[in-house]
Design a protein around this ligand. Structure first.
Ligand code: F6R
Length: 365
């Protein structure tokens, strides 16, 4: 059942290229995004005043990445809220707001409550869900399935990457309808999306180097993730994955916030995972690496092939992903972070598929 692997989590990490193929390829026809059974009309999209993304945990982190992608491509305001907050915050939502609910299981109680609140306020609800026929899928106005297949490990991996791919497709479709993306960029991003599964296989093929880094740092008891913009959103997921299965305290920061407090925690030997995949902010990422190195931190960096040479001069370890369109970098960048969390937990002897105190679907408040 684990496909010859020791853990479901590892099996599900390895399944991601195939899961992405299922989530992406059938939805691109003749160079256009094309959703099956989809009831949102072009008129609805043109009248949409804002998008509100609501989810919990890793699904919320997908929303954090999605905000950058949607706003960049559609120039419409996007808010992201934790479902547990949204349901009690008296959100500014009306008939022209599209509420996008993201849930792998489709059964998370807070997310379901937020969905009902959104509908009560008159919004249309579109959900991105993995489990077919789940409660959230049934109560939503529109559903886009992620087609990732059953996810057994408590820590989500292929759930996250397929949700992100579907949200990227949705952003592209909105942008096409609204005319807010240049046709050339639209086609470039779509082409790059079809290449993501193969590029992800290349990342997975480098897993031994990630295992080596894990063997070097698995004994640390506090780890920081830092990055800007898309890399910050990615860091949130890297940090959650690591803490939930390895029980190492870890936090993700927007790099610009370092000087506003966090840097007081950086001392000799602190591990900082520096995310620097985003090309246009690479120089800023480098200067933050230099800054924490100067205070004695060990730096494990994540960057693209085109920047790895430069990063290697300063960082103690570099995880590398293939170059792709900048908005798609988190789709590749999440894989080394999943693998790092996995190998660290393995070396610490943790119960990887069933971390203590956690359940696969949280059906209580
Ligand atoms: C983390 C993780 C959780 C879930 C969260 C939401 O690895 O799996 O944070 O992402 O409980 O679950 P769903 O997406 O099923 O609503």
């Amino acid at each position: 059942e684990k496909g010859g692997y020791e853990h479901f989590m590892f099996k599900e990490i390895m399944e991601q290229p195939q899961a992405l193929r299922r989530a992406i390829l059938p939805r691109i026809r003749e160079g256009e995004v094309c959703f099956e059974d989809f009831g949102l009309s072009q008129d609805y999209v043109r009248a949409m005043s804002k998008v509100y993304i609501v989810a919990c945990g890793s699904s919320y982190h997908v929303g954090m990445v999605g905000k950058y992608v949607l706003e960049r491509l559609t120039r419409r305001p996007v808010e992201v809220a934790l479902a547990s907050e949204f349901r009690y915050m008296d959100p500014i939502v009306d008939g022209s707001t599209l509420v996008v609910v993201i849930s792998q299981s489709g059964e998370t109680l807070d997310t379901m409550a937020a969905l009902r609140e959104a509908k009560r306020l008159g919004a249309k609800v579109l959900s991105i869900v993995n489990v077919v026929g789940s409660s959230i899928a049934r109560e939503s106005d529109e559903v886009l399935y992620t087609w990732a297949g059953p996810e057994i490990a408590v820590a989500t991996t292929k759930g996250y990457s397929t949700q992100l791919a579907v949200l990227d497709l949705l952003a592209l479709w909105f942008a096409r309808v609204l005319g807010t993306v240049a046709p050339e960029e639209y086609h470039t991003i779509l082409d790059e999306m079809t290449r993501l599964p193969d590029k992800m296989e290349r990342v997975l093929a480098e897993r031994d180097s990630i295992q080596y880094f894990a063997s070097h740092w698995f004994n640390h008891n506090s780890i920081f993730f830092m990055g800007r913009n898309l890399d910050y959103a990615l860091g949130l997921e890297g940090s959650l994955k690591l803490k939930e299965i390895s029980y190492i305290h870890s936090e993700a920061y927007a790099s610009g916030e370092l000087k506003h407090g966090t840097i007081s925690l950086v001392e000799e030997g602190t591990l900082v995972v520096a995310l620097g995949t985003y090309d246009r902010l690479f120089e800023k990422a480098m200067s933050n690496v230099v800054e924490v190195k100067a205070r004695g931190a060990d730096v494990l960096a994540l960057t693209t092939e085109s920047h790895s040479g430069e990063m290697e001069k300063t960082a103690d370890g570099v995880m590398t992903i293939p170059d792709t369109h900048e908005l798609l970098l988190p789709s590749l960048g999440v894989v080394p972070l999943q693998l790092f969390a996995y190998y660290v937990a393995l070396m610490r002897g943790c119960d990887i598929d069933k971390p203590r105190n956690l359940a696969k679907s949280v059906t209580v408040e």
